[in-house]
Design a protein around this ligand. Sequence first.
Ligand SMILES: [Zn+2]
Ligand SMILES: [Zn+2]
Length: 148
Amino acid sequence: MYCRNCGKEIADNAAVCVNCGVSVGKGEKYCPNCASETSPDAAVCVKCGVALKKTSDGKVSTGVVGDKSKIAAGLFAIFLGHLGIHKFYLGEKKEGLIKIIATVVSVLAIFVCFVGVFMLIAVWIWNLYDAYCIFSGKTTDAEGNELS
Ligand SMILES: [Zn+2]
Ligand SMILES: [Zn+2]
């Protein structure tokens, strides 16, 4: 994998480019697959044909359809989103944990004051937004594969 911003080679699991410090998937100057220069609004690399379209969370989509289901991920987001199930399903463990923490904090807040209820609703609206991104094809799994 290559940095989208500077074109230097980076580890596949890197979160940030060690060369330029830009987080992986950000930038639009180079192809992440073959490191050739790309024009900022190109949807596909003209050299190797890889999809350059960014996902809702700034990752680069591989353009490959993976084995994860859009329907399953979307329904998980709507009904089990407070437990981060849709994130775990897509392999996004860190984001799944953030959802659980947000839910636990909200529930604890209910014991202190009524605001916790609104926090829980806010987390749910956040989950609905995740579902919207999943159904509209803006979300990929952790490897950047499109949902089927
Ligand atoms: Zn870089
Ligand atoms: Zn390329």
